[in-house]
Design a protein around this ligand. Structure first.
Ligand code: 1CP
Length: 353
């Protein structure tokens, strides 16, 4: 089998993170952070003075080193591969760059059926071979300390960058494309879903122990539009991954009002933001594992406040199996390292069952 080896069996495949994804009981609540790799760690900022962002992403040795940094520095219970949601798009013929202070910028935005038709099918082993090598290297370097989470962008969130050309606050160009050229929209979502599913499968076959689909901007849609234009494609991705025997996680923000839809994506774990009480979220989602909920802005407060708010979430959950402690969105770039490390310790202390 491609890329599979002895590490699979040593890498905590029955450790606390994977057990929580599977809703099994464990000795304590696992904790990791979205956007823990890169961004706020001083050792990453130092590396970035020497290399460009995509240079690190495309160098498996450097990407694996950044993947390991939060495990070593913070003691989190899972590693997430260092890359970006935009990475596979290059292999579909999309030219983009990551600009400092802005994020992804696409050279020629996708605006009609012709643009959609010109997107190539992704061969993840060919055009993202460096990602698969970074997965293998990260696994070897982790040496079974924690599992490795692979990831991809969800079709809608990728489409927002492709259609708008960069981050947009109101997603107006995306929405107008979606409503006025709905045939082209569905064709675009179909292609992106196929690419994300292939890309995630390849990461699993290269050694990823779990995969997360990032749908950061899904909450900008009305519940009805989410159901019609987005949900079928998210479901399709998780359906295609079902035979792979690794847990799947669906991340979105601003979706508290449509948790019944989000709960039907087919993911094993649902990530929730801070705009809802975690107990209420769990009632709406039903029998699935739950991740997230701490407001990322708290990371910029004093450690006493962070510990107190983390304690409230753990109290509310009450040791129910299937809880993964995380933030509701990414770690803020200006987070003091001591706050992140202090939060990991707090969860390890209070979250002991
Ligand atoms: O200057 C730099 O070093 C580049 C900053 C940076 C970093 C560190 C970008 C550009 N991407 C990343 C890494 C990254 N992106 C990871 C690595 C693993 C981790 O730390 O967890 C992951 C999982 C992502 C995922 C990602 N990229 C998302 C989904 C998660 C989220 O935060 O909502 C999104 C929306 C992106 C797009 C993107 N890439 C980079 C930036 C600054 C952005 C966001 C821009 C925006 O707000 O639209």
């Amino acid at each position: 089998m491609r890329g599979r080896g002895v590490w699979d069996f040593m890498a905590g495949r029955d450790g606390i993170f994977i057990r929580a994804c599977r809703m099994k009981k464990s000795s304590r609540t696992p904790v990791w952070f979205m956007r823990q790799a890169g961004r706020f760690l001083p050792e990453y900022r130092k590396l970035r003075k020497q290399y460009g962002f995509m240079d690190i992403v495309k160098d498996p040795k450097l990407a694996a080193a950044v993947t390991l940094m939060p495990v070593e520095r913070l003691g989190v219970d899972a590693a997430i591969l260092f890359s970006d949601i935009m990475t596979p798009l290059e292999g579909m013929g999309v030219r983009f760059r990551i600009e400092d202070g802005i994020g992804p910028v696409v050279d020629a935005p996708v605006r009609d059926f012709y643009d959609v038709e010109s997107l190539r099918e992704l061969d993840p082993y060919e055009s993202t071979a460096f990602v698969m090598e970074a997965v293998r290297r990260s696994k070897r370097a982790l040496h079974g300390r924690t599992p490795l989470i692979g990831f991809a962008g969800a079709p809608f969130t990728l489409a927002t960058y492709l259609v708008e050309g960069k981050r947009s606050e109101d997603l107006s160009v995306t929405k107008s494309f979606m409503h006025s050229k709905s045939d082209a929209w569905h064709a675009l979502m179909e292609r992106l879903a196929a690419a994300s599913a292939e890309y995630l499968s390849a990461q699993v076959l290269s050694g990823a122990d779990a995969v997360q689909l990032f749908d950061s901007w899904a909450g900008g849609l009305s519940p009805a539009d989410y159901e019609e234009y987005v949900l079928p494609y998210v479901k399709d991705i998780f359906r295609r991954l079902r035979g792979m025997e690794v847990p799947t996680i669906y991340f979105s923000t601003g979706t508290s009002v449509m948790l019944d839809s989000v709960g039907r994506t087919g993911a094993n774990v649902i990530s929730v933001d801070w705009r809802i009480d975690i107990g209420d979220a769990w009632d709406k989602i039903g029998k699935k594992a739950l991740q997230g909920n701490l407001d990322p802005a708290l990371m910029l407060c004093d450690i006493k406040t962070i510990r107190e708010r983390a304690g409230r979430i753990l109290d509310r959950v009450g040791g129910r199996p299937g809880h993964i402690f995380n933030l509701g969105h990414g770690m803020p770039p200006t987070t003091p390292v001591d706050n992140a490390a202090g939060l990991v310790s707090a969860v390890h202390e209070y979250g002991a069952h």
